[in-house]
Design a protein around this ligand. Structure first.
Ligand code: PLP
Length: 391
């Protein structure tokens, strides 16, 4: 029997590394080992490549090279931005505005600050996952020092109206942070057009290596360093740079810039095919998130009378990898807090399924999902006490 082709539709959790990225990284895992802070030629050699990567990443988001600080991933960049801005601006106020659908990296940073005396407003979102910029405006007080709204939600894919929120933040003179981990390299991101002061990104979501990310810090933004030690990263993030990972991140940014338009077109076509195919073949199914203002690669649906986890396990047996929401929530059986915040009842929040496609996803992959999933759902529904009770 031929081996079953595995289909990876969980690119929002992480992406496979691009072979070009690996190739760019390899010399720095072997011969080019110098410490970028060293004065000698070994150090200068790696320094040049770190700075080249910084240039590529800054170009991708319309920033200046010196405004990029490398971090150990998206989570660290979010922590750095939020705690760094809060503690540096304590004298001005103690109030932060964020949303109820942020990634844990933002949410838990805010909760930590709450335990240290800061006040946090968690804005509600609409049924489509959108934050209303007017709600942001209304929540601002004289004490507000930071607004943090994610660019696109990792579970439902909704893209938030950042330009409008950025304008409000600018008018009020309040720092604006965004978690752009799901958008950088996937859709156009320009820090000036969006009015952003702080932006978190992560390499492994755009076919780069794991454990490396960056924080964009607009020139002049008051922020305390997150990690104290040596003078690396202009004293904003101490520690010897992870050179191979940074070089890989730079290469991933270069590729993303080059291929973004064509990949997005491909993904939007597949997204339409998958969604339409599921709607035609499966009853009691709903698209979650905004119908059009959403990530090109994200299809998140709620399927009534079946549990997300059961669908995932059955899909996995067929070689198809998807998710019920975020990777972090997959080990718990709690319903998605994002869907609950969007106003979904518990049952629908439990029956959600997220497909997040990637550059390598093909039409055939989608055909296979459309062949397999209706069968799985029919099987699960036949066993479902939830469905029997309404029959
Ligand atoms: N923010 C969002 C929206 C994410 O999707 C993720 C990834 O899980 C993160 C932050 C965390 O990034 P990292 O895995 O690089 O720490």
């Amino acid at each position: 029997m031929a081996a079953m082709k595995r289909i990876y539709l969980d690119n929002a959790a992480t992406t496979p590394m691009d072979p070009e990225v690996l190739k760019a990284m390899l010399p720095f895992l072997r011969d080019a080992f110098g410490n970028p802070s060293s004065i000698h030629s070994f150090g200068q050699e790696t320094r040049a490549f770190v700075e080249e990567a910084r240039d590529k990443i800054s170009t991708l988001i319309g920033a200046r090279s010196e405004e990029i600080v490398f971090t150990g991933g998206g989570t660290e960049a979010d922590n750095f931005a939020i705690k760094g801005a809060a503690f540096a601006n304590e004298g001005k106020g103690d109030h932060i505005i964020t949303t109820s659908i942020e990634h844990h990296a933002v949410m838990e940073s805010c909760k930590f600050l709450e335990s240290r005396g800061f006040r946090i407003t968690y804005l509600p979102v609409g049924i489509d996952g959108l934050v209303d910029p007017q709600d942001v405006k209304k929540a601002i007080t004289d004490e507000t020092i930071l607004i943090s709204v994610m660019h696109a939600n990792n579970e439902v894919g909704t893209i938030e109206p950042l330009a409008e929120i950025g304008k409000i933040a600018r008018e009020e003179g309040i720092y604006f942070h965004t978690d752009a981990v799901q958008t950088v390299g996937h859709i156009p991101v320009n820090v000036d057009e969006l009015g952003i002061d702080l932006l978190a990104m992560s390499a492994h979501k755009l076919c780069g290596p794991k454990g490396v990310g960056a924080l964009y810090i607009r020139k002049g933004t008051k922020l305390i360093p997150f990690i104290h030690g040596g003078e690396q990263e202009r004293r904003r993030r101490a520690g010897t740079e992870n050179v191979p990972a940074i070089v890989g991140f730079g290469k991933a940014a270069e590729i993303a810039q080059r291929e973004m338009d064509s990949v997005a077109k491909h993904l939007i076509r597949l997204r339409g095919k998958l969604l339409q195919g599921m709607m035609e073949r499966i009853e009691h199914i709903h698209l979650n998130g905004h119908p059009t203002q959403r990530l090109p690669n994200n299809v998140n649906v709620s399927i009534e009378f079946v549990e997300g986890e059961s669908m995932l396990l059955n899909l996995d047996l067929e070689g198809i990898a998807a998710s019920t929401g975020s990777a972090c929530s997959s080990s718990s059986l709690e319903p998605s807090y994002v869907l609950l915040a969007m106003g979904f009842p518990q049952e629908l929040a439990h029956g959600s399924l997220r497909f997040s496609m990637g550059r390598e996803t093909t039409e055939e992959d989608i055909d296979r999902v459309l062949e397999v999933l209706p069968r799985i759902i029919a099987k699960l529904r036949a066993m479902s006490p939830m469905l029997k009770s309404i029959r």
